[in-house]
Design a binder for this molecule. Structure first.
Ligand SMILES: Nc1ncnc2c1ncn2[C@@H]1O[C@H](COP(=O)(O)OP(=O)(O)OP(=O)(O)O)[C@@H](O)[C@H]1O
Ligand SMILES: [Mg+2]
Length: 281
């Protein structure tokens, strides 16, 4: 099982869009996927239709009990794709968590439960775009951090400073023996202006120089209306845009490249076709 946390110290960069679409693609490739909505604003919880009319429980039970229970998991209408909903609209959970001595480890430990470890191949955790105890717990639960970054100058600077601060702050966890996952930055919502391309290459150079803990992925998610449309229709974007004419690659192609770069063992596996499980059989 591999656990990804999608994080950024900046809001609105495309975390939820990426979590939902990557999760659904991996599920369509045949992996058993659990999405966890660890944002108190429950965007991921509403992204796809759920197969149950009302979830029984969600993130609150998971965090307060410190273990996974069947009630915390709600299936979506898509095969292989389940969800732990965010059910804390008033934001009590981050405050509750802040006062716990084990706040950093609680989600990490909860995900070691057989209900997760034996039932899923991949867990994706979406986080809020602000520093807080819930975000720290999600970061510390991950094997790998994925951080979308938009190629605008202010946002790139904020990303660099915010990320360095986050990594620095969580160094304390490493001192306690928790291995902090490496961070893969994904340039996302890149438009076709030369300015965006220039900033994107600046981001790559910056991180090559600044940190060996962060690398910038080759795959770039373009700014394209398919991502918004798919969210409105509540379908995975690789299904919504299987092919496309013109220079911008289709969402199907982009999302596959991204999944393959993140999990190299999946290269060659496509959604719906020669799925991962059939290959392993
Ligand atoms: N590649 C893309 N092309 C065009 N629009 C996009 C793309 N990715 C995301 N968006 C749009 O950008 C907006 C913000 O995306 P999203 O909600 O995923 O960001 P977020 O980082 O999760 O925000 P928050 O910090 O508020 O949780 C949404 O309207 C979404 O549809
Ligand atoms: Mg979000």
């Amino acid at each position: 099982m591999i656990k990804f946390t999608i994080t950024s110290t900046k809001g609105g960069v495309g975390k939820t869009t990426l979590t939902a679409n990557l999760g659904a693609l991996l599920a369509d490739m045949g992996l058993r996927v659990l999405l966890i909505d660890a944002d108190v604003q429950p965007s991921l919880s509403k992204y796809y239709p759920l197969s149950a009319t009302k979830p029984v429980a969600g993130l609150t039970e998971l965090m307060v009990r410190g273990e996974m229970t069947p009630a915390c998991i709600t299936p979506t209408i898509y095969r292989n794709l389940d969800l732990v909903v965010s059910d804390d609209p008033e934001g009590h959970l981050p405050h509750w968590l802040m006062n716990r001595i084990d706040r950093g480890f609680r989600l990490r430990v909860a995900l070691q439960s057989p209900l997760v470890a034996d039932a899923y191949d991949c867990v994706l955790i979406d986080t809020q775009g602000a520093v807080g105890s819930l975000q720290d717990a999600a970061v510390m639960a991950a094997d790998l951090l994925i951080s979308p970054i938009t190629p605008e100058i202010l946002s790139a600077r904020e990303f660099r400073d915010g990320t360095m601060e986050l990594l620095h702050r969580l160094e304390a966890a490493r001192a306690l023996g928790v291995p902090l996952g490496p961070m893969k930055a994904v340039i996302t919502r890149q438009d076709r202006t030369s300015d965006a391309r220039l900033i994107a290459s600046g981001i790559r150079e910056d991180f090559a120089r600044l940190s060996d803990r962060v690398c910038v992925l080759e795959t770039v998610v373009p700014h394209a209306k398919a991502y918004k449309e798919a969210a409105t229709l509540r379908v995975p974007v690789h299904r919504h845009e299987p092919r496309r004419h013109g220079v911008t690659p289709s969402a199907y192609a982009v999302m596959h490249e991204l999944a393959w770069e993140l999990i190299p063992g999946l290269r060659g596996v496509h959604a719906g076709l020669n799925s991962f499980r059939e290959r392993m059989a």
